[in-house]
Design a protein around this ligand. Structure first.
Ligand SMILES: *Cc1c(COP(=O)(O)O)cnc(C)c1O
Length: 232
């Protein structure tokens, strides 16, 4: 059986190799996606040098925050309901899943009341799968412009979840599309926008995503093994 230590080594190695092949050669931030796993595995990857974890449910993220406090950075990577923003907006390093007007409004309101700016990525549904959240590519520019009106939100880039397929060509085309969209928006030169992050790539496809310009990957099962959802 492989240990987390072995998995981490392998992932770091593959990430670095993919980065060297990538179109931009940028440093890649790895977010350890810890959903369904117990706190011990988080301690393990933390001991191995990881500083960022991701959860796709607010209540799970909050539980981790209670245990690990300021020793980790917390990423909200899943669909976010507006009524749950209040539990996390002032504690997360990044919300990856800003994808609709009502959510932007709520995040901005919370930020304004606390006099903070909440860092967010806009989630794009690049493959237009019905089951996935995210704005469609053709709606992205107008959504970005809408978000810029909210002074207590800081848009720091884009996020996507590619479909779970083996077709490398197709995956690559989705990632390329994301990279282009991020460039187009960055070039528009909106003052408040830095578009620093492109969060894409999961266990199934992170090497391809990095090759195509991802600088933030969200990796779960390649680090921790298969998830057991019955534990939730
Ligand atoms: C679960 C999840 C991941 C990680 O998935 P793996 O395939 O286990 O690497 C990444 N991003 C999001 C949004 C997720 O929900």
């Amino acid at each position: 059986m492989s240990t987390i230590g072995d998995n981490v080594k392998e992932v770091l190695h593959k990430v670095e190799k993919a980065r060297k092949r990538s179109i931009n050669g940028e440093e890649v931030t790895i977010i350890a996606v810890t959903k369904t796993h117990d706190n011990q595995v988080i301690q393990d990857v933390k001991d191995l040098g990881f500083t960022s974890i991701g959860e796709n449910k607010v209540q799970e993220l909050v539980k981790r925050m209670e245990v690990f406090e300021d020793s980790l950075e917390y990423h909200m990577i899943g669909r976010l309901q507006s009524n749950k923003v209040k539990y996390i907006y002032d504690k997360v390093a990044l919300i990856h899943s800003l994808d609709r007007h009502s959510l932007a409004k709520e995040i901005d309101k919370r930020g304004r009341n606390s006099e903070i700016t909440v860092p967010c990525l806009i989630q794009v549904n690049v493959s237009k799968e019905k089951t996935k959240g995210g704005v469609f590519p053709e709606d992205l520019e107008s959504f970005v412009e809408e978000c810029l009106k909210y002074k207590n939100i800081r848009i720091m880039g884009l996020m996507t979840m590619a479909p779970h397929i083996d077709d490398e060509k197709k995956l690559r085309s989705y990632f390329q599309k994301m990279y282009k969209m991020r460039e187009i928006i960055a070039k528009k030169g909106y003052n408040e926008l830095d578009m620093k992050y492109l969060s894409m790539g999961m266990s199934n496809d992170y090497e391809i995503a990095i090759e195509e310009g991802a600088n933030m990957v969200r990796i779960g099962s390649s680090l921790f093994g298969k998830r057991d959802y019955s534990k939730l």
